[in-house]
Design a binder for this molecule. Structure first.
Ligand SMILES: Cc1cc2nc3c(=O)[nH]c(=O)nc-3n(C[C@H](O)[C@H](O)[C@H](O)COP(=O)(O)OP(=O)(O)OC[C@H]3O[C@@H](n4cnc5c(N)ncnc54)[C@H](O)[C@@H]3O)c2cc1C
Length: 368
């Protein structure tokens, strides 16, 4: 009679979710960043992601690649060169006139073809309007996972991508894995990651690939291009100085005080979410988890309590100055300078003081 051997304990894994990768996924290696080029301009989030991609690739001991899709011409070539300047080892390039303006079909086909041919393990995109649209359709076509709006990316002990993002209305952070499918895809919003340093003498290899489409294959047609009337007026995400107001300002007309200070010191202005919900400020001025993420050198927050959903959008600021009447307001827990004061009175006083100090006449007198 033979004794039954005790069963070997299952290898530890995340809640038993990780299985041996199917053979057809084992060839997937390297980290890719989709380089978003629109009307000849690379979106800065692509370079922020390049910095993050470099860290992941180094951790995994693999290459970092940029993916550039665009029409033949100088702007597309310049985007390739910028990939190397921001740390890519190589660039995958599809140049085709059909990629002149963003349309979901040709861009999705281009990116899915590249993934199926060259097999990246990790694919990162900016959580911009374009990036969100593209990432969703590419992940769906590839039948893989996509973690949207990540705030942190890391490589786990077993080499899996640990993609962290806010959940439950921003009150918790969760880490999401795509354990059994490839590639592991994630989007990250502009300004969440720091901009890496640009290298002086960049070099790298270029892998060209055909698009394999003709205009008749594409249902969506570009008839003309009408720039957004307000485009370019709000540059919150990339501003060096931001002044923002919250519900503590009490009424729509008091936001003149925020605008006035911002104008005087050459800053952008913003607000918390309920201010937008009240209709006191337009939605493109909202800062926070469901608004813009900012990374200014100076952030002045007036009458803002500092709820977690606001905090996640501003904690990359170098210097946070908070004005609040409540000395126990949560914003004082992460502000570098806290002023317990009535913002309705302090904002005009600050504006006045800055105006006097910054006027060329007085500046000369003060310096003398
Ligand atoms: C899913 C979800 C997403 C969200 N996304 C965002 C987001 O992107 N951005 C965001 O900001 N919020 C967001 N919120 C809302 C967030 O939870 C808070 O409700 C919001 O940030 C509070 O705005 P507030 O600080 O302006 O207002 P309040 O919380 O009402 O705080 C007002 C503050 O002003 C102070 N104050 C009052 N009078 C004065 C005065 N005269 N001078 C100075 N201080 C004064 C008060 O002490 C208080 O601290 C989100 C919430 C959810 C559920």
């Amino acid at each position: 009679m033979t004794e039954a051997k005790p069963q070997a304990a299952a290898a530890p894994s995340r809640a038993g979710m990780k299985k041996e990768l199917p053979d057809h996924f084992k060839a997937y290696r390297h980290v890719w960043v989709f380089v978003e080029v629109e009307r000849g301009q690379v979106h800065p989030v692509s370079f922020e992601l390049m910095g993050e991609g470099r860290k992941l690739a180094d951790r995994l001991g693999v290459e970092l690649a940029g993916v550039v899709l665009g029409p033949p011409g100088e702007a597309t070539q310049a985007a390739v060169a910028e990939c190397f300047a921001y740390g890519a080892d190589l660039a995958y390039l599809i140049e085709d006139p059909l990629l002149a303006d963003y349309r979901n079909e040709p861009f999705s086909k281009a990116l899915t073809d590249l993934v199926n041919t060259y097999k990246p393990e990790i694919l990162l995109l900016g959580a911009t309007t374009l990036g969100r649209d593209l990432a969703g359709s590419v992940a769906t076509t590839l039948l893989t996972g996509l973690t949207a709006d990540c705030t942190e990316l890391a490589v786990d002990q077993d080499g899996s991508l640990a993609a962290t993002r806010p959940t439950f209305g921003g009150s918790l952070l969760c880490t999401i894995y795509t354990l059994n499918f490839r590639p592991q895809m994630a989007t990250v919003r502009p300004r969440v990651m720091a901009m890496p340093e640009r290298r002086e003498r960049p070099i790298g290899r270029v892998v060209r690939h055909p698009l394999g489409l003709i205009e008749d294959d594409i249902v969506t047609k570009i008839l003309s291009f009408l720039p957004d009337r307000d485009a370019g007026t709000s540059n919150l995400a990339y501003a060096d100085v931001v002044v923002a107001g919250g519900m503590g300002l009490g009424a729509a007309e008091n936001f003149q005080l925020v605008r006035g200070l911002a104008r005087t010191i050459g800053a952008e202005f913003g607000c918390s979410r309920p201010v937008v919900q009240k209709g006191w400020m337009p939605s493109d001025r909202q800062i926070g988890q469901t608004g813009k993420t900012i990374r200014p050198k100076l952030y002045i927050a007036a009458g803002i309590s500092g709820a977690i959903q606001h905090r996640v959008g501003v904690e990359g600021a170098d210097l946070i100055v908070a004005i609040n009447t409540d000395r126990n307001a949560p914003i004082f827990d992460f502000a570098h300078v806290g002023i317990v004061a009535d913002a309705i009175r302090l904002l005009p006083a600050l504006t006045d003081a800055f105006a006097r100090r910054l006027s060329p006449h007085n500046r000369d007198k003060l310096a003398g």
